[in-house]
Design a binder for this molecule. Structure first.
Ligand SMILES: Cc1cc2nc3c(=O)[nH]c(=O)nc-3n(C[C@H](O)[C@H](O)[C@H](O)COP(=O)(O)OP(=O)(O)OC[C@H]3O[C@@H](n4cnc5c(N)ncnc54)[C@H](O)[C@@H]3O)c2cc1C
Length: 284
């Protein structure tokens, strides 16, 4: 007898069904399509790989042949043709009709911006109903692209995320069961980016707004967290994600300054200042 094992990840061909501006720096893009019946995820910080078209292309260009040679085939396509691949987080999954939301942080799109927008930020700023994308995502609900995994004995959940990790952190906070104690810091560029989060957990959520403090994100965050009093806990679990430099400093703070066991700290660099995702991947 053979046992069929479902592949944990597969491609989903999706279309934009609507967009909604959540604030000056965040846009929610809702995708639909018949493929989504096979999309399964336990949520939290479920990460996804999104393949986007270049301006002027009707759909992302990827090799037609699926299989072992797919990645190589994708990489060998000319730079200005090959679909742009970027990492994002599942913000929500709904059934009837099948839909998923992805929240995009918009950077570099305002006139006179000091940093140039990347292709994903530009795509999201202009996304319109019917736009086509390809998603590499989970077909199995519990999969290794979910990193938020507090040990069972956790008595305090601590979360920090910048605007790129607000979608993941929000989904995490919403998923926490009643009775969980959580201390959450979310950093956004503008006061208008603050959102209401619903949770059954006993969560204290603080929004850190860069425009109000007139500060560089990492300095503001480090100062705030150094001064913060965490509720007493024997077995805390920490999840941090956002700009890599800031994530590194915060991890050091939690492990070295607060003495939290490094195995109980999940940290993920979501982007690095001055470096595109291709350049990051090339470094790896
Ligand atoms: C696991 C994972 C999950 C993620 N989930 C999300 C998500 O749900 N929502 C989301 O918005 N992002 C998310 N990100 C971050 C996102 O992938 C990066 O911000 C990505 O660089 C955006 O691609 P781009 O084409 O806009 O810019 P790129 O072409 O990659 O970069 C161009 C330039 O923009 C800079 N840059 C990139 N992001 C920002 C930013 N936010 N602010 C200022 N400058 C920036 C880069 O440093 C570079 O100089 C996630 C990343 C990872 C690894």
């Amino acid at each position: 007898m053979t046992t069929a094992v479902a592949a944990p990840f597969r491609f989903f061909s999706l279309q934009v069904v609507r967009t909604r501006r959540l604030g000056p720096s965040l846009v929610r893009v809702t995708f639909g399509g018949p493929d989504l019946h096979a999309f399964h995820s336990d949520g939290r910080d479920q990460s996804l790989s999104l393949f986007l078209p270049h301006p002027g292309q009707p759909e992302p260009v990827v090799p037609l042949e699926l299989g072992d040679g797919w990645w190589q085939g994708w990489r060998e396509l000319p730079d200005d043709v090959r679909a742009v691949m970027r990492s994002y987080t599942l913000r929500a999954l709904r059934r009837g009709p099948d839909e998923i939301d992805i929240d995009f942080a918009l950077h570099g799109i305002e006139p006179g911006a000091s940093v140039q927008a990347g292709p994903a930020s530009r795509w999201a700023a202009r996304a319109a109903v019917g736009d086509r994308v390809l998603l590499l995502g989970p077909a199995v609900a519990d999969n290794r692209a979910i990193r938020f995994r507090p040990p069972e004995d956790t008595d305090l959940v601590v979360v920090w995320g910048d605007e790129t990790a607000v979608p993941a952190a929000s989904a995490i906070v919403e998923s926490l069961p009643a009775g969980t104690r959580a201390r959450v810091w979310l950093e956004v560029p503008h006061a208008g980016d603050i959102q209401d989060l619903a949770t059954e957990a006993d969560a204290e959520i603080t929004w850190l707004v860069r425009e109000e403090k007139g500060a560089q994100g990492s300095a503001m965050v480090l100062d705030t967290l150094r001064e913060a009093r965490l509720p007493p806990a024997q077995r805390p679990y920490v999840w941090i994600a956002g700009e890599s430099g800031c994530v590194k400093q915060l991890r050091r703070h939690f492990v070295r300054e607060r003495g939290i066991d490094r195995r109980r700290v999940t940290f993920v660099g979501y982007w690095r200042r001055g470096v595109s995702e291709e350049q990051l991947r090339a470094e790896e």
